[in-house]
Design a protein. Structure first.
Length: 196
């Protein structure tokens, strides 16, 4: 079964390695990673369930919105790094989310897309803040895979959401850090700490 087929790359379900080859790793460690790197056992970004709305073969694009998109814009950026803070270049990040009304596009690829981290491990996602639907707080789904590494499936969450404590899946270690609002765009960060 294929989990995601992107740019000629497919991930095999049930395996810990994808079809991607080994990639480049930078040498400069990073600071202020999300989550805190204080405890070696807790350093990896926690996995979460995929949920029922994942769709393989998303288009490669850094922005999930077009000019006609409604809702509050979000610019989410960060790094994909190892436990020791070494950045992973060419890591695959596949994002999907609900629209501002809390609905997923299951026929097309609205608010779905993948990208690859830069040589410094960096990524930037332009999207809109997802809406609420029954039983869930606001969240964005993501699959992250370093070249040749295992697939991390997880979700990132918004701080200060009233539904966070009532969502049975919510994990506070997966909160993005809101840094600013610029010209009506919410700016936030989240670093994925993954096994290589």
């Amino acid at each position: 079964m294929t989990l995601a087929g992107v740019s000629g790359v497919a991930f095999a379900a049930g395996t810990r390695r994808g079809a991607m080859g080994r990639g480049d790793r930078g040498a400069a460690p990073l600071r202020d990673l999300t989550p805190s790197m204080a405890d070696e056992d807790d350093v990896l970004t926690p996995p979460q369930e995929e949920g029922p709305y994942f769709k393989a073969n998303s288009p490669e694009r850094p922005s999930l919105v077009d000019a006609s998109a409604s809702g509050t814009r979000l610019s989410l950026s960060g790094k994909v790094v190892s436990r020791s803070g070494i950045p992973f270049g060419k890591a695959l990040l596949d994002f999907w989310q609900a629209d501002p009304n809390g609905a997923y596009d299951n026929r097309g690829y609205a608010l779905r897309g993948h990208q690859f981290s830069g040589a410094d491990g960096g990524y930037r996602l332009e999207t809109v803040i997802p809406g609420l639907y029954p039983g869930r707080t606001r969240h964005i789904h993501v699959k992250v895979q370093t070249p040749g590494g295992p697939i991390l499936t997880t979700q990132v969450y918004f701080p200060d959401e009233a539904r966070n404590p009532r969502d049975g899946i919510f994990d506070p270690r997966l909160l993005m850090k809101q840094t600013a609002t610029e010209n009506g765009v919410l700016v936030a960060t989240f670093d994925f700490v993954v096994a290589g």
